[in-house]
Design a protein around this ligand. Structure first.
Ligand SMILES: Nc1nc2c(c(=O)[nH]1)N[C@H]1C(S)=C(S)[C@@H](COP(=O)(O)OP(=O)(O)OC[C@H]3O[C@@H](n4cnc5c(=O)[nH]c(N)nc54)[C@H](O)[C@@H]3O)O[C@H]1N2
Ligand SMILES: Nc1nc2c(c(=O)[nH]1)N[C@H]1C(S)=C(S)[C@@H](COP(=O)(O)OP(=O)(O)OC[C@H]3O[C@@H](n4cnc5c(=O)[nH]c(N)nc54)[C@H](O)[C@@H]3O)O[C@H]1N2
Ligand SMILES: [Mo]
Length: 705
């Protein structure tokens, strides 16, 4: 008798949309996967990548068994071993290092957001490494600058209910390629447009969203804080501010007004940002006049030296004009802080040994090459991440990964660029093969992901591997024996430590695992038409929108928003720009999700090959024609791409889309050979788009022409 069932799942990928999916399973095999029409926000449609998810699950290249290296590091030569042997080798190596003079901090866990699931993303892994005494990892590769900048001003991430964007009438995509990276919000923006909204996109690159907007405002990379301060100047100069909102709900309006009026006149801001004065004036007047006004900020714009300040400055704007008052007005960086998941129960930070050092994941090159304080990294355990492709300063990351004395474990679904450098490779389950619970950073629904099928081959989930490792290490059973469902229940229990305004503690009221399994996606227990800051209610120490931050003042830092130039800014680093005059931005390509999906043939074909978009004037002065191969380089490294000569960028800016797998490029490296490990001003985040390069023609070997 053949048996067919339908299972509810959740897209696990690092994307604000966190789509609800339904999977049809026949005789234990998933035969269909589609969007779940019952999800109010994700609305039954999936992106082109996740529409191909079954191709990923049943891909012939799935890692099937544990492997041990049988050739030189990086050669990709492995032989099969049993799980027992793999666990034995890993735990005996970890024990040996822990007992050596270096101690357990010489072991480095390395993970990011391969899955956003609370359980397979950040639960038993943290418990295991905390219990082991391993180095801590500061997970800064994506969002920490913006998070820190927003926290200073608002005491949480800028947020409104994204469903209410349908009411917005002035929409600014500020460094957000919304139609690609947050497509369900884009459909809502589109509905707002049909009802009369104007859509503006501020972006150095004429990305898909900019191309589809009513107005594209090209800005010089890394100068958004200056634009925001210039807008404040005009708002106060022309008396467009909301004095009542400033008075009741903000701290430091007078001080900020002073600074904006004195230090950021439009002429100066035009020089910094490359935006004509008339456009800055027009943007500001429209922003102040048309209500509700909404700013979608995303993480692309904070990958610069001044990324924290940029987000801090932009998140002041809605308060100055009182945009938060109206449903559909305000700004949104992320909804993640609306979910009161009990991270402490899952991760058990109480197990961390006092004084344990923290390694910033952006500085993996430095960590592996022994340039950070503390013990050398002798072992690294990689899961949910592909650092050989996604990390900055790739040549040095790869040099570190090639170290003969480094013991590297990679738990993966596929033989990625990172897995090539492993000593032990472990096969991981996909989202259809394990249980999880999800929040979202782009909507307000909690969801559970049921395992639709049994693990394929010998794949194991992250948590199952940590259970086995912990057992073999002899760690306390009660720390690791909880089932994933039990962990999900713990995640939904409010933290004992009294939570502040954000996350709102009542958001999980009435939501439990039984209901989630029965009913599917459940909206957070927050009012419909949620407008969190309509009456102040900020998460800052003062409870106000801190235009002036007493905390920063007490730390001896600038208490007001200011413009921090990029590290590699032609205006402030003419010395560097003399050699490397072009600012390179390397944002995602629609067909991939960071480096995930690059190995799916249909999606890779769609993305074609690495490209470099440059302005006709920059191409001409270098003798480069559209479609020719070019070499992009700076002191850190070189990669190759095909030139796209177009007015999608302004002179002085180049764009290379997509984090390719190194093995699928012409020269075995990607754009991250040129990016730097310098950190942002706040949040110690990555500065991928703060990157000066030079470009020249390259004559490729015959087979590439
Ligand atoms: N298809 C797809 N979707 C994704 C991803 C993916 O890889 N592929 N990645 C996911 C992840 S991990 C994240 S963090 C989000 C990111 O989501 P977004 O932030 O929307 O993504 P990006 O394309 O990195 O950046 C958005 C835009 O910022 C622009 N930008 C760069 N520098 C500046 C600047 O200085 N100022 C301004 N104003 N704009 C600037 C870029 O040109 C880009 O068009 O997307 C998620 N969604
Ligand atoms: N130049 C440049 N570099 C960038 C960016 C950029 O825009 N430009 N974007 C940056 C950003 S925003 C981010 S967030 C980072 C992303 O960096 P990563 O989080 O490393 O992202 P991915 O490249 O998607 O790699 C995730 C890996 O996890 C694996 N995986 C998925 N599910 C599981 C699981 O359940 N278990 C295990 N063990 N593995 C699993 C996938 O197969 C995949 O190889 O990259 C950053 N790097
Ligand atoms: Mo990200």
């Amino acid at each position: 008798m053949s048996e067919t069932k339908v299972v509810r799942a959740v897209c696990p990928h690092d994307c604000p949309d966190t789509c609800s999916m339904v999977v049809t399973v026949k005789d234990g095999r998933a035969i269909q996967l589609k969007g779940d029409a019952d999800h109010p926000f994700t609305d039954g449609f999936l992106c082109q990548k996740v529409n191909h998810y079954l191709e990923r699950v049943y891909h012939p290249d799935r890692l099937k068994y544990p492997l041990i290296r049988s050739g030189p590091k990086g050669s990709g030569q492995f032989r099969r071993i049993s799980w027992d042997e793999a666990i034995e080798r890993i735990t005996s190596k970890f024990s040996e290092i822990a007992c050596s003079p270096h101690g357990p901090q010489a072991i480095l866990p390395y993970s990011y957001a391969g899955t956003m699931g609370k359980l397979q993303g950040s639960s038993l892994d943290r418990r295991f490494f905390h219990r082991l005494g391993a180095s801590l990892l500061d997970r800064t590769i994506c969002a920490t600058a913006g998070a820190a900048g927003s926290d200073i001003t608002l005491g949480t991430r800028a947020v409104i209910d994204p469903d209410t964007v349908v009411h917005s009438r002035y929409i600014i995509n500020w460094g957000s390629n919304t139609s690609v990276t947050n497509m369900h919000l884009w459909t809502i923006m589109h509905r707002a447009r049909k009802a009369g909204a104007k859509i503006v996109t501020i972006d150095p690159f004429r990305c898909k969203t900019a191309a589809k907007s009513d107005w594209w405002i090209p800005i010089r990379p890394g100068t958004d804080a200056a634009l925001a301060l210039g807008m404040m100047h005009i708002l106060w100069r022309d008396r467009l501010q909301d004095d009542d909102y400033l008075e009741k709900y903000c701290l430091g309006g007078d001080e900020l007004r002073e600074r904006a009026l004195r230090e950021y006149p439009p002429e100066k801001v035009a020089k910094i940002t490359g935006i004509p004065v008339a456009d800055i004036e027009k943007l500001t007047h429209e922003y102040a006049a048309i209500r509700p006004a909404f700013i979608r900020l995303n993480y692309g714009m904070q990958r610069h030296g001044g990324g924290g300040m940029a987000v801090r400055a932009i998140t002041c704007l809605p308060a100055i004009i009182g945009a938060w008052r109206k449903v559909g007005g305000g700004a949104m960086l992320s909804t993640s802080k609306l979910y009161p998941f009990n991270g402490n129960a899952l991760e058990r930070p109480d197990l961390i040994r006092p004084g344990t050092r923290t390694v910033n994941m952006v500085q993996l090159a430095e960590a592996l090459l022994g340039e950070l304080p503390g013990p050398p990294v002798k072992a690294m355990y990689v899961y949910n991440s592909n650092p050989a492709a996604v990390c900055p300063d790739q040549s040095r990351v790869l040099k570190g990964l090639r170290r003969e004395d480094l013991f590297t474990v990679v738990h993966e679904q596929f033989q990625t660029d990172t897995a090539d450098y492993a000593d032990i490779v472990l096969p991981a389950t996909t989202q259809l093969e394990h249980f999880d619970i999800h929040g979202s950073y782009g909507h307000m629904y909690v969801q559970t992901n049921e395992a639709a099928i049994a693990p394929l081959y010998e794949a194991k989930s992250n948590n199952d591997v940590f259970r086995r490792l912990a057992n073999k290490m002899g760690f306390e059973r009660e720390l690791f024996e909880s089932s994933d469902e039990r962990l999900a229940e713990e995640a939904l229990q409010p933290s004992k430590v009294s939570p502040a305004t954000y996350p709102p503690p009542q958001a999980f009221l009435g939501i439990n695992l039984d209901r989630l399994k029965r009913e599917g996606p459940i909206r957070l227990n927050l009012p419909s038409d949620y407008a969190p800051f309509a009456h102040g209610n900020f998460g800052t120490p003062s409870g106000k929108c801190e235009l002036y931050s007493p905390l920063l003042a007490s730390q001896g830092r600038d208490p007001l928003p200011n413009y921090t130039p990029p590290h590699e800014d032609p205006q402030t680093r003419p010395d560097l720009a003399a050699k490397y005059p072009l600012q390179m931005v390397s944002p995602p390509v629609p067909s991939f999700l960071n480096s995930t999906f690059v190995n799916i043939d249909s999606l890779r074909k769609e993305a074609c090959e690495p490209t470099l978009e440059l302005h006709p004037s920059d191409a001409k002065s270098r003798g480069i024609a559209d479609g020719q191969w070019v070499r992009i380089f700076n002191d850190r490294g070189t990669f190759r791409a095909r030139a796209v000569v177009a007015e999608t960028v302004k002179p002085g800016v180049v764009v290379s889309q997509g984090v390719w797998w190194n093995r699928y490029t012409s020269d075995g490296v990607n754009c991250n050979t040129t990016t730097s490990t310098a950190l942002t001003d706040f949040g110690a985040g990555a500065t991928f788009f703060d990157n000066l390069v030079e470009v020249e023609r390259w004559t490729p070997p015959v087979h590439l022409e």
